[in-house]
Structure formats: C-alpha cells, structure tokens
Design a protein around this ligand. Structure first.
Ligand SMILES: Nc1ncnc2c1ncn2[C@@H]1O[C@H](COP(=O)(O)OP(=O)(O)OP(=O)(O)O)[C@@H](O)[C@H]1O
Ligand SMILES: [Mg+2]
Length: 228
C-alpha cells in the first residue's frame, strides 16, 4: 500500500484581481500516490500554474482540503519544518526562483547553508554537470544565461534540496530535444531511485506520455473526469 503524497478535496483557488478575489480553480478532488509522476495538461489560462502555486504553499487564497506528504495544510499558514525542503517547485518562469542580483552559486548555496550541508560548492557544480551546464556558470548572474540554461539551473536548485514532492511547471519548454531528454531521464532516474513524487505541467503530449503514470486534463479551472 502506498501513502498518498498529495490529497486534495474540493480545492478552490483564487487570485486577487483588482479589489476582489476571483476563483480560477474549482472543486479539485485528486490523490497522487507517493512515487508517482502525475501530469497536468490543458489550455493556457485553465489554472495549471495556479494549482501548482497552492501546492507549493505560495498562494494563501484557497479553500478545501489539502494534505501533502502526510501533513494536513491550512490556508494562510506558510510551510514550516521539513515541508519547506520536501516540497519544491520549478517555476514556469525560471527567473522566479533566481535572485537577479546574486550570482547563481550564492542563490543555490543559501538554502543548503541553512541546512548545514557539507561540500556545498561541489554539490552545486555536480548538479550543473548533471543537467549539461558548464560548472563555470556558477559564477554568472541569471540574466547572463539563456532561457534554457536558466530552466536547468532552476531544476538544479530544486533537486539540490532533495525534495519528496517536486512540482514542475513546463520545466523543459525552452530546451531542445536532446537536452530535454537528458533532463527527463535525470528526473526519471531520481524517481526510480527514491520515493520522489512528481507533478508535471506540460503542453507537450510526448513529454507527458514519456514521464507520467497518470495525467489529468484541466479546463476552465476544473479537472475533467476520467483521470487515466
Ligand atoms: N497572480 C495572479 N493574479 C491574478 N490572476 C492570475 C494570477 N495568476 C494567474 N491568474 C489568472 O488565473 C487564471 C489561471 O491562470 P494560470 O496561470 O493558472 O493558467 P495556466 O493553466 O498555468 O496557463 P499557461 O498554460 O498559459 O501557463 C487565468 O485567468 C489568469 O489570468
Ligand atoms: Mg502556467
């Protein structure tokens, strides 16, 4: 029997638009098992990123039930303790997780220092190599990278924290086929070696088919029936 990594009941997500809250995700009921890769597809604006942001603890405007990695979550309470490391997100816009005025080494090292990890620079260099980036790039600023290179750094940033739940929002959209395959294989390896659970948003049906055990189609803020 596998424990659920994500359990959502009647989840609603809203955004502040103008002076009021607008609900953009409606009545999500979903269980994602530990070790599963769950795909999320659907047209632009249907609410995929909005759902992921709530799973990452980054939007307090939600209602319903949510439990992540066995922890019951309440709206408006930032993740504390191990959950802060265990749930990581790779954003659709990789700038979101990279401080614009800090070199990549500093940004990636910061959370590892807080965790009192050893050999931090070596680990970061190793991570860069794993995603096909030259290790000299650790001394660059985010704007000195291409979009695809930034995406890869964002993936390294998340993986260095050894998450148990990894939320990926179009993580390979700016990558060419060969680099994309390399990254997806890396994620698949991690999933096979650990009990890593993945939630993967992609507009690319091939990526979803290659990676995911199950996938759901979202439309206008709702998950369509017959998840399979
Ligand atoms: N920060 C925000 N503030 C206000 N409204 C938002 C915000 N983010 C998203 N929205 C709105 O919420 C709805 C869902 O957007 P969301 O970004 O979740 O869609 P998506 O499925 O990720 O689309 P895409 O495939 O284009 O990334 C849209 O109507 C969007 O305009
Ligand atoms: Mg999005």
């Amino acid at each position: 029997m596998s424990l659920a990594a994500v359990r959502l009941t009647h989840l609603e997500v809203a955004h502040r638009q103008g002076g009021r809250l607008e609900t953009v995700v409606h009545d999500i009921n979903l269980t994602i098992n530990t070790g599963e890769c769950f795909g999320l597809v659907g047209p632009s604006g249907c609410g995929k990123s909005s759902l992921l942001w709530v799973l990452a603890g980054l939007n307090a405007h939600w209602r319903g039930g949510m439990s992540l990695l066995g922890h019951q979550i309440a709206p408006g309470h930032p993740f504390t303790g191990p959950l802060r490391r265990e749930v990581q997100m790779v954003f659709q816009d990789p700038y979101s997780s990279l401080h614009p005025k800090h070199k990549l080494l500093r940004t990636l090292a910061e959370p590892l220092k807080l965790l009192k990890e050893a050999d931090i620079t070596d680990k970061i260099i190793d991570g860069f190599r794993q995603v096909g980036l030259d290790s000299a790039m650790i001394d660059r600023y985010p704007h000195q990278l291409s979009g695809g290179q930034r995406q890869r750094v964002a993936i390294v940033r998340a993986l260095l924290l050894r998450p148990k739940l990894l939320l990926l929002d179009e993580p390979t959209s700016a990558l060419d086929m060969s680099v994309q395959a390399e990254i997806l294989n890396l994620l698949n390896d991690l999933k096979a070696r650990s009990d890593l659970t993945l939630v993967l948003v992609s507009h690319d049906r091939d990526v979803i088919d290659h990676m995911c055990d199950r996938a759901a189609v979202m439309d206008q803020g709702r998950i369509q029936p017959n998840v399979g």
